[in-house]
Write a protein that binds this ligand. Structure first.
Ligand SMILES: [Cu+2]
Length: 108
């Protein structure tokens, strides 16, 4: 492929309109974009960084994802959830995958 062809391909892929067009196509084909079902897990809050919207949780194994127990960071988009994210506390929480990050959607 020529350099100019590669460049225009990169430009096409980075156009903001492209994902929208794809979404419209999927609707046309009758494919509903469903809300992702959250994954439920149990863990202990290790660290909270409100400014970075990150919570570090030592979670138990999550068989539905094939995950063993580990300590990892989750993103917290909903700031109200920080009230329940107290270091040292055991929580039942729900999260969804968003690209390469995991977003907490509920805390009990
Ligand atoms: Cu993990």
């Amino acid at each position: 492929m020529k350099r100019s062809a590669i460049l225009s391909l990169i430009l096409a892929l980075s156009l903001p309109g492209v994902p929208l067009a794809q979404a419209a196509d999927m609707k046309d084909m009758g494919m509903e974009v469903k809300a992702q079902q959250s994954i439920e897990a149990v863990g202990v809050v290790k660290q909270v960084d409100k400014a970075k919207k990150i919570v570090t949780i030592a979670h138990e194994a999550i068989p539905s994802l094939g995950w063993s127990a580990m300590t990892m960071d989750f993103v917290v988009e909903n700031k109200a959830l920080f009230a329940k994210l107290i270091p040292g506390k055991q929580i039942h929480f729900g999260f969804i995958t968003q690209g390469y990050s995991y977003v907490v959607t509920s805390v009990k």
